[in-house]
Design a protein around this ligand. Structure first.
Ligand code: FES
Ligand SMILES: [Fe+2]
Length: 336
């Protein structure tokens, strides 16, 4: 995990009011719930009394109630009621749940992986989705790999005619010119210029003119990705880390073509199904990659067409080292 970053970890629609949800994310078992105002609360899924999970409990009067002895905790994690002590009995401060810094934005739930701060940076998001909708249609795909392998697959432009031979990689465009790739402010942009091999060597990124159209791939660190299909349609995915060997990819189709809600809902959910099929094609290969976590210096080699992946891994390493230079481990919470 990269320190001091917001990670998108779940779909807003997953966490309904009035009920706690246990989700494993970033190596911890967490409980997600909403307070009386509907604001998202995320805590370690462990009761400070006798260590039962909180997620099988209930929401009572805007508090989360542990199912074991009925202790209630508010959105700050402070104990509000210890039934065995009586309503007016003592509520020692030591009974406090560990709360995580969480936000809700763009229909996703985000967790801060880093040091506590007075002020947090804004949630990273795309600047090209105004007027686009996804109609709350989000698909989920579970892969048994570290999330970095899923990010790599999304930045891999030379696998298309092989892994997706009959779907998104049709046309035998095996020659990878460039790709022209930029990294700026924790954003990687990639312009695809693959073509069928007509006998000439692939062009280097420096031989390609600066692109005049928007990027094909738009990746925001640490785990948010967009693939532009047309001016009016794109896929957005987040790779939510479960732990070092599991990731859930949430995918949406954003479109600006159909305005009639019923039709556009049908359209985006059909597109999501197609996208899930393409992801299953990726997974057939990705699940065979070892180690399950991508990194530099693990004996893998790069070709020029792997430039987006190399940039991702290099920048990821740099951000982790910067965090460590400031005394931050990759993962800053106690394990549960
Ligand atoms: S373990 Fe939660 S109230 Fe006792
Ligand atoms: Fe792929």
């Amino acid at each position: 995990m990269i320190p001091n970053m917001w990670y998108a970890v779940a779909d807003s629609d997953e966490i309904k009011p009035g009920k706690p949800y246990g989700l494993r994310r970033m190596g911890d078992d967490l409980v997600f719930w909403r307070d009386q105002q509907g604001k998202i609360v995320v805590m370690l899924d462990r009761c400070p009394h006798r260590s039962a999970k909180l997620s099988p409990g209930k929401i009572v009067d805007g508090n989360i109630q542990c199912g074991f002895h009925g202790f209630q905790y508010n959105a700050e994690g402070d104990v509000q009621l210890i039934p065995a002590n009586g309503r007016s009995g003592p509520k020692p401060k030591a009974f406090k749940c560990r709360k995580l810094e969480a936000r809700e934005a763009h229909g996703f739930i985000w967790l801060w992986n880093g040091e506590d701060r007075d002020e947090y940076p804004p949630i990273p998001w795309f600047d090209n989705l105004d007027g686009f909708s996804y109609h709350n249609s989000t698909s989920q795909t579970h892969w048994e790999v570290d999330y970095t392998r899923a990010v790599e697959a999304q930045l891999d432009v030379s696998h298309l005619p092989f892994v997706h031979e009959n779907t998104i990689g049709r046309g035998n465009q095996t020659l990878v010119n460039g790709p022209y790739t930029t990294l700026e402010d924790n954003v990687i942009r990639v312009w695809l210029s693959n073509q069928p091999d007509e006998g000439l060597p692939a062009l280097k990124p420096s031989q390609l003119p600066p692109p005049e159209v928007p990027q094909s791939i738009y990746f925001i660190f640490p785990n948010v990705w967009q693939l532009r299909l047309t001016d009016k349609m794109c896929i957005v995915s987040i790779n939510a880390p479960i732990d070092d060997e599991n990731v859930i990819t949430y995918s949406r189709t954003y479109q600006n073509i159909l305005r009639v809600p019923g039709l556009s809902r049908l359209f985006v959910s059909a597109s999501n199904r197609f996208n899930q099929y393409a992801l299953s094609e990726d997974y057939r290969v990705t699940k065979t990659q070892l180690p399950k976590k991508a990194d530099l210096d693990i004996g893998e080699r790069f070709i020029p067409g792997d430039r987006p992946i190399a940039l991702y891994l290099q920048h990821r390493r740099k951000l982790i080292l910067e965090g460590q230079g400031n005394g931050l481990p990759e993962h800053n919470r106690e394990s549960v």
